[in-house]
Design a protein around this ligand. Structure first.
Ligand SMILES: Cc1ncc(COP(=O)(O)O)c(C=O)c1O
Length: 454
């Protein structure tokens, strides 16, 4: 999110939470945490102002914080917890694996079985290999693409988040004032401490502007090993590809000999069982999976064309102490089995449709210009009259209104993503009761946004 907007958002939120005494224990623990943990959290994305809320337990759609507040969780491990908290699907699978007594560093029948199950659900891929985090899987895919093409650099879509690797933590939620021309976005570091040479080498292409994206790929083809694409831009909320965009990238990368990599961490097993590639009918050369793959347990995957995957058995290599951890693989077997017939994917879609209808009705009733975007259980509410079709239109939405909306939602027991260009989610455990709490809270929160005026 652009820096100025983020600060504004944080000030509105801070003013709200400071007024509340409902989070006194979290505030106290935060002061203690700050002594031993930078920012008081183990991921900067969990930082919140004036302090994060600390939690005690979770069950299904619900989480309980230290002060005893019960909230509907719509953050859900950054979209990883597709079955919600403490799901019996995942818990029983992990317990079963624990009883077998094997953890990491060994191959088992389970390692093969889960690979076969994965390939049944993702028929666009010939082979698969499991790692731990999405960041690592992205790194592996880039190494395979480099080994196959003999080229070194990558292209990515403006604002798409693919993890923390120097080459791809580039122009993630960039400051619009520094982002350059829309048809030729600047390559900006996503944080300090990255290798400037790596950041500078990464080409940033616009989302949903096929002509401009293809022009940039053509001009840089000689140095590009891979193009990374999140088929729906979910780390910016929920922005689907316009007809023809993914197809144009497929045609250009085929023609230019560039490896097309889909990042399906958030789309996979959610917008369709086989992810964005199934939903939009565009077959990438490689793809990255995680999050829902193991029902939120620690597992990622690289999958794709046999000749490219073969690079990981030769020049590119593929190693990791915890790769294919047995507890996570057991959770993956149970998750893929549960998600495989598509009924839970449809349930998530129905939940999002219900929330969209309720949001749109309420926004119309109170006269607030806002747009609900969602799919696969992910959603975002953009406070803007402008169509949201890329990062820039999302970033022009009203950060202050989102902060007011989020604060009003929290007052009514619903936890949303902190950023107005972030994403929230529901899980398969968000049944009618939780959806009703969210929808009623949205109606009331929109009323508060309207009351605040412009
Ligand atoms: C689309 C996408 N790709 C990659 C990543 C990085 O995954 P991880 O946090 O497991 O390294 C994320 C994480 O949020 C993501 O949303």
């Amino acid at each position: 999110m652009p820096t100025g907007r983020r600060e504004l958002c944080e000030r509105v939120w801070e003013a709200h939470v400071t007024l509340e005494s409902r989070y006194a224990r979290s505030e106290e623990l935060y002061r203690r945490a700050m002594q031993s943990i930078p920012q008081g959290t183990h991921s900067s994305s969990r930082k919140d102002t004036p302090h994060p809320i600390y939690f005690r337990r979770g069950e299904g759609a619900w989480i309980w914080d230290l002060d005893g507040n019960r909230l509907v969780d719509c953050v859900l491990g950054n979209g990883a917890l597709v079955f919600g908290h403490a799901s019996p699907i995942v818990r029983e699978a992990v317990e079963e694996a624990m009883e077998a007594g094997l953890e990491s560093g060994l191959e088992t029948e389970l390692s093969v079985e889960v690979s076969e199950l994965f390939l049944c659900l993702v028929p666009t891929a010939d082979q698969v290999r499991f790692a731990t985090t999405g960041t690592e899987a992205v790194m592996h895919a880039i190494h395979m693409a480099r080994a196959a093409t003999g080229r070194s650099d990558v292209a990515k879509i403006e604002a798409a988040y693919h993890g923390w690797y120097d080459l791809v933590f580039v122009s993630t939620w960039p400051d619009l004032a520094k982002a350059g021309a829309p048809e030729r976005p600047a390559s900006l570091p996503g944080a300090g401490g990255l290798n400037p040479a790596a950041v500078g080498s990464t080409l940033v292409i616009p989302f949903n502007d096929a002509a401009a994206a293809v022009r940039l790929l053509e001009a840089n083809a000689g140095r590009l090993a891979a193009v990374l694409v999140e088929p729906v831009l979910i780390d910016v909320g929920y922005i689907p590809p316009e007809p023809g965009y993914l197809e144009a990238l497929r045609e250009a990368t085929d023609r230019l000999g560039i490896v097309l990599v889909f990042d399906e961490l958030l789309t996979g097993f959610r917008i369709a069982v086989g992810g964005g590639q199934e939903r939009y009918g565009v077959r990438p050369d490689l793809s990255i999976w995680g999050k829902a793959l193991a029902g939120g347990q620690i597992l990622s995957a690289v999958a794709g064309r046999r000749d490219l995957m073969a690079q990981s058995a030769g020049p590119a290599g593929f190693v990791g102490t915890f790769n294919g951890h047995q507890w996570s693989l057991s959770a993956a077997r149970a998750s893929l089995t549960a998600l495989g017939d598509g009924s839970l994917v449809r349930q998530l879609e129905d939940g999002i449709c219900y929330l969209a209808t309720r949001f749109d009705d309420a926004a119309r009733r109170v006269g607030v210009e806002a747009r609900f975007h969602g799919g696969g259980g992910h959603f975002q509410c953009y406070f803007t009259a402008e169509p949201v079709r890329d990062y820039r239109s999302a970033a022009r939405a009203d950060a202050r209104r989102y902060a007011c909306f989020r604060a009003a939602m929290l007052d009514r027991g619903v936890l949303l993503a902190p950023g107005y260009t972030g994403h929230s989610a529901i899980s398969t455990a968000h049944g009618p009761d939780a959806l009703e709490v969210i929808a009623d809270a949205m109606s009331a929160a929109l009323g508060e946004v309207a009351a605040q005026g412009n």
